[in-house]
Design a protein around this ligand. Structure first.
Ligand code: PMP
Length: 375
């Protein structure tokens, strides 16, 4: 088959290699997975089943069920973000929202700033549509600073993607960092795209400060969804809140692409998903975060304490994350090399969306690997 040029802009070889290496493992300790380790809560399942049984199985309006859009908008209004959330579109997962925002706003050659390490889709989607990712190197502490933003900026930059809590580092940006980033974006006329998919998985007092709170609302967009909170990863339910003209453009693109987000998932989000109380789950993950962070530091790993999400991003002993992950897999531990999320290959990602037993097992293997690493 003769493929379009654009097809070659998506490079999933890094993660594929891990899957290939992992294929023959029996009962591996799997700390690689980026999704919750619990199932969709019963109330949300029941709402979806009810919707299906009551014939809510057809196309919805392109931008989503009006009552759900209103509910999402009301949530942002209540948080004091009415100026940003002028309008809302419901999408096929947060990925669907990201895709539509980038398609609506970026021309080939436009540049997109993102913190490195980054969520994989930002880089590959940008490349896919002919835009150019500009990496804001945030090593070793994964903080956003004015200097780091300046170092990555060019006059062709049109957008800054913020993701807090962050995949893959677990970093929760402080109010000061986000203020600085917002000010920088306004000075340079950048669109701020704040990916808040982990907004409910925050383990610090004070909760999550929105990355959309400090830039001109006319150029600020929030994407989020229910994949990581109520574990609806397979149901594909996300959204985008932003300026009216952008939401209109995204709806038109959605009309001729995804059409709409799955109807039963929208109904379930409306009836139960949006209101699900995350307090218990947050506590559970906070304990796991403490377990893995303490365990790694006691072993002597060089690692930052995550404030949110369910990832931790230690430095690989010996400095080569790819080689280290290969050895981990040989020892039955599945983790992801940092090079999948970064231009650097010095780190690796552990997901702590796993039972405490699995995390302890993982720490044991990591302890053994450390002992075998040449200084
Ligand atoms: N943004 C980030 C930062 C993510 O980690 C993910 C999922 N791994 C997504 C967006 C996409 O989520 P969804 O399943 O809702 O498309």
């Amino acid at each position: 088959m003769q493929f379009a040029q654009r097809r070659h802009q998506i490079d999933s070889s890094g993660i594929r290699r891990i899957f290939d290496l992992a294929a023959n493992l029996k009962d591996p300790c799997n700390l690689s997975i980026g999704l919750p380790d619990y199932d969709v809560p019963d109330v949300v399942k029941e709402a979806a089943i009810d919707a299906i049984l009551h014939g809510k199985n057809r196309y919805t309006l392109t931008a989503g069920i009006p009552a759900l859009r209103q509910k999402i908008k009301a949530m942002y209004d209540a948080r004091g973000q009415a100026a940003v959330a002028q309008d809302v579109i419901v999408t096929s997962g947060t990925s669907g929202a990201l895709f539509l925002v980038l398609l609506a706003l970026l021309d080939p050659g436009d540049e997109v700033m993102m913190a490195d390490p980054f969520f994989v889709m930002y880089k590959h989607l940008s490349n896919f549509i002919g835009a150019v990712p500009r990496m804001v190197d945030t090593y070793p502490d994964f903080r956003l600073t004015r200097e780091r933003l300046e170092a990555a900026w060019t006059p062709r930059c049109k957008m800054l993607i913020l993701n807090s809590p962050n995949n893959p580092t677990g970093r929760l940006y402080t109010r000061e960092e986000l203020e600085e980033a917002g000010r920088f974006a306004d000075e340079k006329g950048l669109v701020v795209l704040s990916d808040e998919i982990y907004e409910h998985l925050v383990y610090e007092d004070g909760g999550c400060v929105s990355g959309a709170a400090f830039s001109d609302p006319a150029r600020t967009v929030i994407v989020s969804g229910l994949s990581k909170s109520v574990a609806m990863t397979g149901w594909r339910l996300g959204w985008c809140a932003g300026p009216k003209d952008l939401i209109k453009a995204m709806s038109e693109i959605q009309q001729y692409s995804f059409v709409c987000a799955p109807a039963p998932a929208q109904e379930a989000a409306l009836a139960a998903g949006m209101d699900f109380d995350m307090a218990e789950i947050r506590q559970l993950y906070a304990r796991r975060r403490d377990l893995i962070y303490r365990g790694l530091t006691e072993l002597g790993y060089d690692v930052e304490r995550p404030g949110g999400a369910f990832y931790i991003f230690p430095k690989a002993p010996g400095g080569d994350g790819d080689a280290f992950v290969e050895r981990a897999i040989e020892n039955n531990l599945l983790i992801v090399p940092g090079s999948v999320f970064s231009e650097r290959r010095s780190h690796f990602r552990i997901s702590f969306a796993a039972s405490e037993r699995q995390l302890e097992r993982g720490l044991e293997i990591l302890s053994g690997l450390l002992a075998k690493t040449p200084a």
